[in-house]
Design a protein around this ligand. Structure first.
Ligand code: ATP
Ligand code: MG
Length: 195
């Protein structure tokens, strides 16, 4: 019927758009691996970067009734590509939001050590099964195998995030307990201190 035709064309259109996103991201990853990817490092105040991201995600968190808390010390300087690091943090926060039920908490806490800036993003979400945890940074890996429309996602977000962090000389790791929550630890080398 015409009705069905319309419906299927809509599905095909959506799938095509999604594929286009996947292809674009795979290209990004391939470029990163060949070091053809430009990281434009600048001295940035880390709290500024955190503030920008917080403002960007807050509406979506509020909409889902998620309690979002952020802490970051003042005067931390980072020598990073701000756009890329924002992309990393947004990716992790987006994952946290997707996997955390309404009413629960998500936090982003920044601390510094002698050589590093450590950002920990924790959620009170569904958690990641122990057997899946070693693979979540692999490209196209998703815990929920059926790519249901609802949970969306291509399984590339964390692979790209890790590649970006590592090309800054940093590290990225995940800890998780099923049914309790997950936390992602992003370590970046710090810049000079301002004061
Ligand atoms: P994309 O980010 O490309 O849109 P995605 O979110 O599915 O898709 P990744 O960000 O790479 O892909 O994450 C990989 C998988 O790890 C997710 O599909 C999800 O199963 C699991 N995961 C990531 N973060 C969390 C989290 N905070 N809580 C529970 N599971 C998570
Ligand atoms: Mg993701």
């Amino acid at each position: 019927t015409d009705e069905e035709k319309k419906e299927y064309i809509e599905i095909i259109r959506e799938e095509t758009e999604e594929l286009a996103v996947v292809v674009k991201r795979l290209f990004e990853l391939a470029k990163m691996e060949q070091n053809m990817f430009i990281i434009d490092k600048q001295m940035v105040r880390f709290e500024q970067l955190i503030h920008t991201i917080t403002e960007r995600v807050r509406p979506a968190f509020e909409e889902k009734n998620i309690v979002f808390s952020v802490s970051c010390p003042d005067h931390v300087l980072a020598n990073v590509d701000p756009e890329r690091i924002q992309q990393v943090l947004l990716n992790v926060l987006d994952n946290a939001k997707k996997h955390t039920p309404s009413g629960n908490r998500i936090s982003m806490e920044v601390s510094e050590s002698k050589h590093n800036i450590i950002t920990v993003i924790s959620d009170e979400g569904e958690g990641i099964p122990e057997e899946d945890l070693p693979y979540i940074f692999e490209r196209l890996y998703r815990v929920e195998k059926s790519r249901s429309r609802k949970s969306g996602g291509t399984g590339l977000g964390l692979a790209i995030a890790k590649e970006i962090v590592e090309s800054h000389g940093g590290t990225m790791e995940a800890k998780s307990k099923l049914g309790i929550g997950s936390s992602f630890v992003i370590t970046l080398p710090r810049g000079e201190n301002i004061e």
